[in-house]
Design a protein around this ligand. Structure first.
Ligand SMILES: Nc1ncnc2c1ncn2[C@@H]1O[C@H](COP(=O)(O)OP(=O)(O)OP(=O)(O)O)[C@@H](O)[C@H]1O
Length: 653
């Protein structure tokens, strides 16, 4: 495999020889050797590039009239040559200059593919693979499936061709170039006669492999185009044999301009796949025309499968903006960041075509559109939550972590987003609960929505801080996404109940009665009084480590737990901020002690003469509370020594 970049070249009379960028070689190698079964996708990738090129031309022609002169309307033309085992695809779009050919077809242009390759190289599998990995190892087959899931653009033609020639003429120029490669590490580029090139645009000729010769047959090509590219907004023509007249396969009518009643779900699904480059079926499809002050059409899809870069900080929204069917930009931030997984487009006649992309961003018309589309997407989610709960639970488990970012980013829609959120709770069993469910089942006089947050569900489920709540049948949200700690601290309330962490401040549980059978801290007032002696002592011994030691009403089984002081950050948030280097100093926690626990009662009864034992016990209890919180003992060596001393004593006794 070559390690040179696309810049490496040797020139001679007939042109230049370039090595592919190392990543491209790697990708091509995977492509050619992939067991990826659905090779048909190469055609969709090429058609989608051709359509993009036509749309780019229409856009550039707004500012440079004449660029699209000659060669009439946009079109994509496929020519079959069964005998010669060749498939040719030609568009009359923007075309590529020499530099663009080298850059676009010698390096990896697609940001998605680049990120995918980077992950593969760093040995860190993308999300979909991670899931499979947990079921047992990553294999070559998985890699091939990943390629399929992400789509790989132009290079996918090397799955079916052993030689590819691209001849291109950029609109408005009078030179043409031929790019050729066998997909094995290098490509050639040389000037082409204008008479051999399209008047403008790009012609790609695939010399098909023997086993892929079916892609030169009318039947196969028609089938694929109908299934995959029927809604490309540029007409597609087919020439069945070289020299024959072209016939029209699709009319290039933009799907979104047709009325909903004329469009089947299959049409929508095909369109979504073409638009997103993903291969799943959308979980939600939204298509409407807004009328009134600003008129526009929106077509939006919520995918089923999460894009692998969903949590990349740089990932932007993926809604395209069209003005009168001319593609303007996919960078208009039509939806807020927390809806960045939604794919689709907005087409309006209320924006001028000749405004710059930056000016469009600031236009009040776009503000109205943004607001309208966001509301409609949220309404569609609400409708699914109300009418198809189990589908919504699936959607939520894929995208909930992103939607929740909106709770602290979108102040205006906070309550709405909270109502859309689903949670694992101490009462949810295998399912998920809404806050509406929570509030409906809250205890009499309960003015808070209690939560605990941590990195692992199993660990927080076993937290001692939950004991008193469980014993009283008070539901607690179990939050495991890192975003949870942020919104929970900032979300003031839902249905007039504030959010309260059970690992911060006082639990104040005494006002809720315990069922008679339950053993509880508030059952025996004498025990609390007896524990006071030990608590006072522990305060002195642990003064450097904790801000207070106090009797707990949240413990029923465990001896101790840690909580954060009332003011400041909750324990989990503190850990996240510290891990991210955003917090220099952490607050001293409070050690809570269960007065009803036999160990505490025994410790309270130990006399002054055994001060060393009491000190060991107090320090060990603090370390125990740390371990229960998922942390390590502060000083592992001292911890081990103390534990050994106590064990020795116990074994001797
Ligand atoms: N028919 C074409 N006309 C003009 N440019 C093309 C054509 N085909 C490919 N290109 C150029 O080659 C680049 C690489 O294409 P490729 O399909 O690999 O990725 P992409 O289309 O950029 O990815 P994405 O689909 O994510 O936008 C394109 O961005 C485009 O600049």
């Amino acid at each position: 495999m070559t390690t040179a970049t696309a810049e490496t070249s040797t020139a001679d009379m007939s042109g230049e020889h370039h090595s592919f960028e190392a990543d491209v070689s790697r990708l091509l190698h995977m492509m050619v050797h992939s067991v990826y079964s659905d090779k048909d996708v190469f055609l969709r990738e090429l058609i989608s590039n051709a359509a993009d090129a036509c749309e780019k031309l229409r856009y550039e022609a707004i500012t440079t009239p004449g660029l699209n002169a000659g060669d009439g309307e946009s079109r994509i033309r496929l020519t079959l040559d069964e005998e010669g085992r060749r498939l040719t695809l030609e568009d009359n779009g923007i075309g590529m200059s020499r530099a663009e050919l080298i850059d676009a077809l010698g390096t990896i242009a697609r940001s998605g593919t680049r990120a995918f390759m980077e992950r593969l190289q760093s040995g860190k599998p993308a999300r979909a693979a991670e899931e499979r990995e947990s079921e047992g190892g990553k294999s070559e087959g998985d890699t091939a499936q990943l390629i399929g899931q992400f789509g790989v653009g132009f290079y996918s033609c090397f799955m079916v061709a052993d030689r590819v020639d691209v001849i291109s003429r950029r609109a408005g120029t009078d030179e043409a170039w031929i790019w050729s490669s066998d997909g094995k590490g290098s490509f050639d580029i040389r000037p082409a006669e204008l008479s051999d090139a399209p008047t403008r645009g790009t012609r790609i000729t695939l010399q098909l492999m023997e086993e892929a010769k079916t892609y030169a047959s009318r039947w196969t090509v028609e089938r694929i185009i109908k299934a995959q590219s029927g809604h490309v907004p540029v007409p597609i023509e087919l020439v069945e044999k070289p020299g024959e007249e072209p016939k029209r396969l699709t009319d290039g009518t933009a799907l979104w301009t047709r009325s909903r009643s004329e469009i089947s779900q299959d049409d929508y699904n095909d369109f979504y796949r073409g638009l997103s480059g993903q291969y799943d079926t959308p979980a939600l499809t939204l298509h409407y025309r807004a009328e009134g002050r600003v008129e526009y059409t929106a077509l939006a899809f919520v995918p089923t499968v999460a894009p692998f870069d969903l949590f990349d900080p740089d990932r932007k929204g993926r809604m395209k903006l069209y003005v009168k069917r001319v593609f303007i930009t996919d960078d208009a931030d039509i939806l807020p960041r927390y809806l960045r997984f939604v794919r689709g487009l907005v087409d309006t006649a209320d924006l001028p075509l000749n405004l710059s992309r930056e000016m469009i961003q600031e236009s009040p018309v776009l503000q109205v559109i943004k607001k309208g589309v966001t509301n409609r997407v949220l309404q569609a989610l609400e409708k699914q939550l109300a009418n198809a709960r189990s589908d919504y639970e699936t959607l939520w488990s894929t995208f909930g972590g992103v939607i929740k970012e909106g709770i602290y980013e979108d102040f205006e829609r906070r309550e709405q987003l909270l109502a859309l959120s689903l949670f694992k709770t101490t009462a949810s069993g295998e399912g998920l609960r809404t806050l509406e469910d929570y509030v409906k089942d809250a205890k009499e006089g309960q003015d808070a929505i209690y939560y605990i947050s941590g990195a692992q569900l199993d660990q927080i489920k076993a937290s001692p801080q939950l004991e008193g709540f469980r014993a009283r049948g008070i539901e607690v949200l179990l939050l495991t996404d890192s975003v949870d700690s942020f919104w929970a601290m900032n979300a003031p309330s839902f249905k007039e109940k504030s959010f309260r962490s059970i690992t911060q401040g006082a639990a104040d549980l005494k006002r809720f009665s315990l069922p008679d059978s339950a053993e509880g801290a508030d059952k025996d007032v004498d025990k609390t009084a007896a524990a006071d002696g030990f608590i006072g002592l522990a305060k002195t011994i642990l003064a450097q480590e904790v801000s207070d030691v106090r009797a707990s009403d949240r413990l029923t089984e465990s001896a101790v737990c840690l909580v954060a002081p009332e003011d400041g950050y909750d324990r989990q948030l503190e850990k996240i901020l510290q891990g991210a280097g955003r917090l220099q100093e952490t607050a001293k926690p409070i050690l809570e002690v269960n007065p009803a626990h036999p160990l505490i009662a025994t410790l309270a009864a130990i006399g002054e003469d055994r001060a060393a034992l009491r000190e060991d016990a107090a320090r060990l209890l603090l370390d125990q509370a740390r371990v229960l919180d998922g942390d390590k003992p502060a000083d592992p060596r001292a911890f081990a020594e103390r534990l050994s001393r106590l064990l020795e004593r116990a074994l001797k006794a």
